[in-house]
Ligand binder design. Structure first.
Ligand SMILES: [Zn+2]
Length: 252
């Protein structure tokens, strides 16, 4: 039985359709092609696909306008940093991107076809992982870098093969100011956890005499975040400024 694409309404048969996790179907010919290869359609719902399509639409324009000119920047603080053929960081913008490229003719005229742009300060996961990943419709088991972003609509989690995993971790730790040795973090972490536990316990117990306990617990959790993930305030402020300026049509 023929299905209809939930986005464009085209009639599609089984081979032409991609089934989503919420039972919707989208067409492969047009609507699936908008998304990135790293996007997991099998586990995505229609609203997530729509978010992703919007993310790619704006991301591609941003990549071409802001990232590409920084590839050859003479100023080192503005120079684009890349960790793979697809992953780029623009340090002065507070942004990073996952991009796909195409060629206009044979191997000539390489251009950015699709990109997702993220606030670097939203990156909370950058771990080396052995995983089986569906890339471009094929299952591949290998060691990847697993990237995960908070506060991100659409694609927020993906695997990417990087040149040097250690270098990636070192770079982002430095960007976020996480320079303590792991052992140190572990110890401080334990102390903080205990402190939070006692605060939360106080809140649950009905806050005998300590009206600020809930507030204190919330503050502790924030400080825990800073301890483990670094302070992202400044880098996100920069990214917000850049994105707002881009949306307003300003050139940066
Ligand atoms: Zn469609």
């Amino acid at each position: 039985m023929a299905q209809r694409c939930a986005i464009c309404g085209a009639e599609i048969n089984l081979l032409q359709s991609q089934k989503l996790a919420d039972g919707n179907y989208i067409c492969r010919k047009k609507c699936k092609k908008i998304g990135m290869k790293s996007f997991d359609y099998i586990h995505a719902t229609l609203p997530l696909v729509l978010d992703h399509n919007q993310q790619v639409e704006e991301g591609t324009r941003m990549f071409n306008a802001l990232f590409l000119p920084r590839k050859k920047a003479k100023d080192r603080s503005k120079k684009l940093k890349s960790f793979s053929a697809h992953l780029f960081v623009a340090p002065d913008l507070g942004l990073m991107a996952l991009a796909e490229f195409k060629y206009k003719f044979f191997i000539f005229g390489k251009y950015c076809d699709k990109a997702c742009v993220f606030r670097t300060g939203d990156l909370y996961l950058y771990d080396e992982e052995k995983a089986t990943v569906v890339i471009d419709g094929k299952m591949q088991t290998d060691t990847y870098m697993h990237f995960g972003f908070i506060n991100t609509c659409g694609l927020s989690d993906f695997y990417e093969k990087c040149d040097s995993h250690r270098e990636v971790v070192k770079y982002f730790n430095q960007v976020f100011g996480i320079e303590k040795s792991l052992k140190n973090i572990g110890n401080t972490w334990k102390n903080q956890i205990n402190a939070v536990k006692s605060s939360v316990a106080a809140v649950k117990a009905g806050i005998a005499g300590d009206a600020d306990a809930a507030d204190k617990a919330a503050r502790m959790i924030t400080s825990l975040d800073v301890m483990q993930y670094g302070d992202r305030t400044q880098i996100n402020q920069r990214a917000n400024y850049v994105v707002a300026a881009f949306r307003a049509g300003q050139i940066l």
